[in-house]
Design a protein around this ligand. Structure first.
Ligand code: 5GP
Ligand code: MG
Ligand code: MG
Length: 178
């Protein structure tokens, strides 16, 4: 599988160091609170696991799975595949994402959680691709900025593969061809 990777953009060590750094920041920000950490499936799963191990306050975890309607990406219309099991009213929310590209998914989620009367909403994303942005959304905490290239690994897939790589990389062009 690793032979299909052209280049490693962010190494396993860099990711782990970043999780430690952001974890310390979140520990301070949520001291004495009981935030609800919301992982956006499936891509945020490895990041959520490694990051939250580094947060030293009590917190609750839940997951949400959303998909953009086929052919309607630009409208920002998003379908909920799996909703939360937790009430968000009055809660401090920490949304955890793998990557923000257009920002439409997150913009939908933030509106939804505001409607559901969350007390506060923070977004942490491992990766940010600012060149892809078509909505106003901005993460509160960003791990790494990436160029306008399709990246895989550490939760991010191509055709459901490569999520289990411990680093972020770029595929060899022939992988897309086959
Ligand atoms: P958006 O911000 O455009 O609403 O959507 C972000 C989602 O698109 C991410 O959660 C991810 O699933 C997918 N995505 C965006 N850029 C990339 C990329 O470079 N690689 C992969 N594997 N997925 C991406
Ligand atoms: Mg995602
Ligand atoms: Mg995907």
């Amino acid at each position: 599988m690793h032979s299909e990777i052209k280049e490693i953009l962010i190494s396993e060590e860099e990711i782990q160091a970043k999780c430690k750094e952001i974890g310390a920041q979140l520990t301070e920000e949520y001291e004495g609170k009981f935030p609800l950490a919301i992982g956006v499936l499936k891509g945020a799963m490895p990041f959520m696991g490694d990051l939250l191990k580094r947060v030293e306050t009590h917190l609750e975890m839940d997951f949400m799975d959303v998909s953009s309607y086929e052919g309607m990406r630009s409208s920002g219309e998003v379908k909920i595949e799996k909703d939360l099991n937790t009430q968000v009213e009055g809660r401090d929310l920490l949304i955890i994402e793998d990557i923000i590209d257009s920002g439409l998914t997150l913009s939908y989620l933030v509106d939804l959680f505001k409607y559901r009367k969350a007390k506060s909403i923070k977004i942490v994303t491992l990766l940010d691709k600012p060149t892809g942005r078509t909505s106003h959304i901005k993460a509160d905490i960003i791990g790494f900025e990436v160029p306008d290239e399709f990246v895989v690994g550490y939760g991010l897939d191509y055709d459901e593969k490569y999520r289990n790589l411990p680093y972020i990389g770029v595929l060899k062009p022939e992988v897309y061809g086959g």
